[in-house]
Design a protein around this ligand. Structure first.
Ligand code: G3I
Length: 388
């Protein structure tokens, strides 16, 4: 019987080597999805054995890493058990929505920091770090945005927003997702830019401007570029990795005050095109620019996984462990945040419901706040990670 650690190492080796073999298999194979090599090893019992009961934050901290989660004020004020679990497992908190434009900007000339402040105080009260998400994004803009913001005043609104919000939280922030999801090759724009209002009104220079203004307003915060769809061995993800790397190279070459890349890491349980070598090489290239890396929104979408929770949980756990074992091998990775902590509160219930109507199970704790095998998988990944 393989010891688990050698199993995951063997799995990693197996996947890396088969990454090449996989190419041959794809040439001759008929299936759209290659059997994920690690799943082949899942068949024999993969027991996700963990030593001790230490919480994720402690296992992460033992390796110089930070672990935490996203949450919302509404969740925490009404759910003392969720609050307790968050305090026990997490060392950093990120507001899931409360620091976005639609929550902060009820009117063009009005800011409302009530909810963000409550979460900042919650973090401080519980000895947790606090990170901000997100200053510039194409989604969750307030109702008035479309009627009011235009080519002539877009720069004023961008600078005023970043300055006001970043100054308000200056000194409290571990890091900020300054710009989120600026790249979308499917939008068909030259350079792979996302067709966002910011790009339409200001061109791609809005990105450099955003980081310069944020750095001026809070010189202490780590300034992060946050992006999705960077994780898999698919044409779209490969294209995005290439474009994002070029963007980071250009920003760094121009002396832009950008300090880290946020890899959102919304994993898909059914996705089998995962090539550790390609992902590892991308992370290494980002690190070689002198940037840190954060896993900012980790969860595993189980929408297309079997109904059996036993089977589903183990596939989800395998995705967590196989992904994190590759990512944490890069010492520039300093933090892992899951997008929620418990299945009780996940955006995926609304965004990726299951056709069998069973509750989704994407996170480390189940809806009763009990540790799932996904929790074990994360604990093992932290325990096996190299020390920073
Ligand atoms: O605040 C309103 C509330 O007043 C209203 O009663 C309710 C019902 O309509 O909607 C509430 O707003 C919702 C908001 O979440 C707060 O709960 C929006 O409808 C809903 O669309 C919004 O979804 C958020 C989503 O971003 C928007 O795209 C999710 O909670 C949030 O988890 C998700 O997070 C994003 C990251 O910011 C960026 N990366 C991707 C990630 C997942 O999409």
């Amino acid at each position: 019987m393989l010891k688990n650690s050698s199993l995951s190492r063997r799995c990693f080796l197996h996947v890396s080597l088969s990454g090449l073999a996989g190419a041959t298999a794809v040439a001759v194979g008929k299936n759209r999805y290659l059997m994920y090599p690690c799943q082949a090893l899942d068949k024999p019992k993969r027991d996700f054995e963990v030593h001790g009961l230490a919480p994720l934050r402690k296992r992460a901290a033992a390796k110089g890493l930070i672990y935490g989660a996203a949450s919302m004020q509404d969740y925490l004020v009404s759910d003392k058990n969720l609050e307790a679990s968050l305090k026990s497992e997490c060392n950093i908190l990120v507001p899931e929505n409360e620091l976005k434009w639609d929550f902060l900007r009820p009117a063009p000339n009005k800011f409302d920091f009530t909810r963000g402040d409550w979460l900042a105080q919650f973090a401080i009260r519980n000895g947790m770090l606090f990170r901000g998400h997100t200053l510039v994004w194409h989604q969750q803009q307030p109702q008035w945005f479309k009627e009011v913001v235009n080519r002539q005043n877009a720069e004023k609104f961008l600078v005023e927003h970043i300055t006001t919000v970043t100054k308000h939280y200056a000194g409290q922030m571990h890091s900020w997702d300054v710009v989120n999801e600026a790249i979308e090759p499917n939008d068909g724009l030259k350079g792979g830019w996302r067709r966002s209002p910011w790009f339409e009104f200001l061109g791609s220079d809005y990105i450099e401007l955003a980081y310069q203004v944020a750095a001026q307003a809070d010189p202490k915060a780590m300034l992060v570029y946050n992006e999705n769809d960077l994780e898999y061995d698919t044409p779209k993800h490969e294209t995005k990795r290439t474009i994002v790397l070029k963007l980071l190279e250009r920003l760094k070459s121009r002396g832009t005050p950008i300090h880290a890349l946020g890899v959102q890491s919304h994993l898909m349980g059914h996705e089998t095109h995962f090539n550790p070598k390609k992902l590892r090489s991308f992370l290494s290239n980002v690190a070689s620019l002198g940037l840190k890396i954060l896993v900012t929104e980790l969860d595993v979408i189980d929408q297309q996984l079997p109904s059996s929770t036993y089977e589903r949980d183990r596939i989800v756990a395998a995705r967590y462990e196989d992904y994190l074992s590759v990512v944490l091998d890069e010492r520039a990775v300093i933090a892992v945040l899951t997008w929620g902590l418990s299945d009780r509160r996940t955006w995926l219930s609304m965004f990726t419901p299951r056709s069998d109507k069973t509750p989704v199970r994407p996170l480390p704790l189940d809806s009763n706040l009990q540790r799932k095998v996904a929790w074990n998988a994360m604990a093992r990944a932290f325990d096996h990670a190299p020390k920073r």
